[in-house]
Design a protein. Structure first.
Length: 325
């Protein structure tokens, strides 16, 4: 089969190679899946660079989120078992962790429903306990992780403020349903949030960026607000001043979605049921901005790493070589 292989760490466009490899053989508790669509996530970029907390042995195939097909024809969602990841024609997955793909979504949309939306649901509902009528601020609102949080926030009845970088991304955030959109490249984020909230600030702040975005969050979080730390796409991990959290009476909440797989897997199933229902009702729909053929995966992963994409980019092996949609 064809699969992308990483033999050394570096930028995705430089270290990912499309090769002919042996189809992987399932081990105990594993299942072989035909890849229908593989969603690109920022951890794929970090793994190529050797900067992710999980470092699969070299060589490995990136791709941590797929919609696949079982040998008996079922469409399922899975996190492939590395080093046999999803940017390939076939991937291995834990049989016990498979989730049914929602009938209301196509393969690429279904693949994108998994990590980003589960992260959003756990962050907003399990950790921050977002309530209807509250104000939610989402950093990188037009990106893959942020766009999921925007839709989930709207579905929960929150007023959503989206922070983006650039006019194109601002348009995407508006289309996603943001009530207020702030372009950090042309606006003062802190002043704009305070103006939008009448000086009160945001009740819940969803931050997959870190760095300067986190600093901004501490200045616009409301009394008894909650900052959900999801990731550090900026490359800078902030060092929060706990005296500031004390003085302003806000909470800093960490979210590592992957831990639920070992600590409380039943919650992942429950979350998936909630997301499937929301998708069936049309309350959420993953934004897949681009679908690329298997041979376009390395360039697409690089674009995600460079921060120039919106929503999700999906690798669809059934597309003809060089094709994109």
């Amino acid at each position: 089969m064809q699969a992308w292989q990483v033999h050394e760490n570096g930028e995705p466009s430089e270290v990912m190679r499309l090769e002919e490899v042996e189809r992987p053989t399932p081990g105990d508790g594993q299942v072989l899946l035909k890849v229908r669509a593989a969603n690109i996530n920022f951890p794929d970029v970090l793994m190529c660079r050797g900067q992710y907390q999980v470092r699969p042995p070299l060589p490995f195939t990136p791709g941590v989120e797929i919609c696949g097909e079982t040998e008996d024809g079922r469409r399922v969602l899975a996190n492939p078992a590395l080093p046999h990841g999803g940017f390939a024609e076939y991937a291995l997955a834990d049989a016990a962790a498979l989730l049914p793909a929602p009938d209301s979504l196509d393969d690429a949309e279904a693949a994108a429903l998994h990590i980003g939306y589960q992260t959003g649901w756990f962050g907003l509902h399990r950790r921050a306990h977002l309530e209807a009528g509250e104000t939610l601020l989402v950093h990188a609102a037009a990106g893959g992780v942020g766009s999921a949080a925007v839709q989930l926030g709207k579905a929960a009845g929150a007023t959503v403020i989206g922070v983006v970088g650039g006019t194109d991304k601002a348009a995407v955030a508006r289309d996603l349903g943001c009530d207020v959109v702030i372009d950090r490249k042309s606006q003062d984020v802190i002043a704009a949030v305070k103006e939008a909230t009448g000086g009160r600030g945001a009740d819940v702040i969803y931050d997959p960026v870190g760095g300067e975005a986190y600093t901004q969050s501490t200045k616009v979080v409301a009394f008894e607000g909650r900052i959900v730390v999801v990731g550090f796409a900026s490359g800078t991990i902030p060092s929060p001043g706990l005296n500031h959290a004390l003085v302003k009476n806000y909470a800093i909440l960490g979210l590592h979605w992957g831990l639920y797989g070992t600590k409380n897997p039943k919650l992942i199933q429950h979350c998936h049921e909630q997301l499937t229902d929301l998708a069936a009702r049309g309350a959420i729909k993953p934004l897949v901005s681009e679908r690329v053929a298997l041979d376009g995966a390395a360039a697409a992963v690089q674009r995600v790493g460079d921060g120039v994409t919106t929503g999700r980019v999906a690798v669809v092996p059934s597309l003809a070589n060089g094709a994109a949609a």
